[in-house]
Write a protein that binds this ligand. Structure first.
Ligand code: ZN
Length: 77
């Protein structure tokens, strides 16, 4: 395994790290309630995602049925 020729000095290390910065989370408006939410996630306030309410029991039932059918089909293969 290759070994560094010499230690990186504290100064050199810290200079490298000056580029390490945290960035603010990007936010988009919920299409349903207009709240600022993170993109590609269900709205934490109203539960909408891609125009559908993810908190609705009907939607959840359908999704669970889909998951169940997938599991069954995988086992049978
Ligand atoms: Zn919302």
């Amino acid at each position: 395994m290759a070994v560094p020729f010499r230690n990186v000095s504290k100064t050199r290390r810290d200079k490298r790290r000056t580029h390490y910065k945290i960035t603010a989370n990007s936010l988009v408006e919920c299409t349903n309630c207009g709240a600022k939410i993170r993109p590609h996630r269900a709205c934490p306030k109203c539960g909408f995602y891609k125009g559908a309410d993810t908190l609705k029991e009907e939607v959840n039932k359908v999704n669970e049925e889909k998951k169940a059918s997938k599991k069954v089909s995988k086992k049978s293969e």
